[in-house]
Design a protein around this ligand. Structure first.
Ligand code: COA
Length: 170
């Protein structure tokens, strides 16, 4: 399988925040944003692997800034690292200024997807070849995030999480 770049999986989803999608403060409801992120990230994982992909884990979400009703929101997702059958997908959420159209980043998240065959069995995915400085930074940190996620899920012993442990030794 030929390696792929993050730009080959990059997925942009732009939509407005409607009143039915808000919390009592008239800001975008967190669960609605999570659904939008899951959808965009799933498409990115599918573009990278050209397989059926399932969400295996939500590794990180930060709701840094409230998104008011009426806002135009863009969810940008791209594969940040591919392992054997799993892919880390990095999601940036942007809000467009109503007056000058400038975009500012309001939230981010990191999800893990697994490529599966028609029976739901994990199947191999192409490697990822990062190009830009940001893509390389995200790629390099992805292994310790995978190890943390596996430790928290009880699927890896902390003593085996070498990359993660190294973070605390420096
Ligand atoms: C995700 C799923 C396919 C993994 O199946 P599994 O039998 O645990 O398979 P494996 O142990 O071989 O893991 C497959 C890959 O997922 C990774 N993985 C599994 N759980 C993970 C977790 N919590 N965090 C990060 N990676 C995880 C493994 O490390 C492995 O990666 P690799 O092959 O790239 O090294 C299976 O648990 C599943 O189908 N879950 C339901 C998915 C779903 O329905 N999602 C929608 C939510 S409603």
């Amino acid at each position: 399988m030929e390696p792929k770049t993050p730009s080959e999986s990059r997925t942009l989803m732009t939509d407005m925040v409607l009143p039915s999608e808000t919390n009592p403060l008239n800001n975008l409801f967190g669960g609605e944003l999570l659904a939008r992120m899951d959808r965009a990230a799933s498409i990115a994982a599918r573009r990278h692997s050209r397989r059926i992909t399932v969400t295996a884990s939500v590794n990180h979400v930060a709701f840094n800034q409230a998104v008011p009703v009426g806002s135009v929101v863009t969810v940008e997702a791209a594969v940040s690292r591919a392992f054997k059958t799993s892919m880390e997908v990095y999601i940036d959420v942007w809000m467009e200024d109503r007056f000058n159209g400038e975009r500012c980043k309001v939230n981010e998240a990191i999800f893990t997807f697994v490529a599966v065959d028609d029976t739901g069995k994990p199947t191999k995915v192409p490697e990822l070849k990062p190009e830009t400085d940001l893509e390389i930074k995200r790629y390099e940190a992805a292994l310790r995030r995978k190890q943390l996620s596996l430790v928290l899920a009880g699927k890896m012993k902390p003593k085996d999480a070498t990359e993660l442990k190294a973070l605390f030794m420096d």
